[in-house]
Design a protein. Structure first.
Length: 227
């Protein structure tokens, strides 16, 4: 199915787009931890200046947050992870055309990538904005926030690193809060601090926030700081 995002124009991810399917296979190790320990690469190496501060956005959609924030923070490297191919191509095409070298967009499942491929303590912030709510009970296991993913985010974050969550979805928010309450030894919950790129009256300024704001929906937001 095509969403027609390119409006007839070919989307060219170029060097801004990385495909998870193109990564070398994981070593044949007995555990994920052992496989990860044998990894030959670190995603920060995809950037021209790998030693810079590093932030990850899970489910970057059309890439609006990445583009807005990366312009204001040229000394931070941003990795968006998006599993929907057309949205990945659209976001990477935007990054390529603007010429931002501090943004990459990875096509793949963010939770798989963070679990199996990402070294410890590399990200200063993990952004999770308007994550898919998967309202049916049988689909709840597809929600990004789970007990095991919170442990993974904690591992991937630097000391004092932050997981920032915004959603419009009341039931997903309840789910997130329940999981966060169970993970109090991992994270301290704080108020959400708007990024500098958010427009007036906005929390973050993603495409979904703008769409939901026009519909008059209320939002929930929190920041979790790694203990
Ligand atoms: C509701 S959209 C929000 C997009 C964007 N964050 C925004 O606020 O405009 C959620 C996005 O997350 C992506 N997504 C959901 N689960 C994902 C996962 N596990 N890995 C990568 N992308 C995911 C979906 O394909 C979709 O583009």
């Amino acid at each position: 199915m095509s969403f027609g995002l390119g409006h007839g124009r070919e989307l060219v991810p170029g060097a801004a787009g990385v495909e998870m399917s193109a990564l070398p296979p994981l070593p044949d190790a007995a555990t994920v931890e052992a496989a990860r320990a044998q990894l030959a690469f670190d995603p920060r190496a995809w950037f021209a200046e790998p030693s810079r501060r590093f932030e990850i956005e899970i489910g970057s959609g059309k890439g609006t947050f990445l583009l807005q924030q990366a312009v204001l923070e040229p000394n931070t490297n941003f990795l968006g992870i998006e599993w929907a191919g057309e949205f990945w191509a659209y976001a990477a095409d935007r990054v390529r055309r603007v010429g931002l070298t501090n943004v990459k967009v990875l096509r793949g499942d963010a939770t798989d990538f963070l679990r199996g491929r990402t070294p410890d303590a590399i990200a200063s912030v993990i952004h999770l904005y308007f994550s898919d709510p998967w309202p049916k009970s049988r689909h709840h296991k597809r929600r990004v926030v789970q007990d095991h993913t919170l442990r993974e985010f904690h591992r991937v974050l630097c000391p004092q690193g932050e997981l920032r969550i915004v959603t419009d979805h009341d039931e997903l928010w309840q789910w997130d809060v329940e999981h966060v309450d169970r993970a109090q030894e991992l994270f301290e919950r704080r108020d959400f601090a708007r990024p500098a790129s958010a427009g007036e009256g906005e929390l973050v300024g993603t495409n979904f926030e703008r769409k939901f704001r026009r519909e008059g929906r209320p939002f929930h937001a929190m920041t979790l700081v790694k203990r």
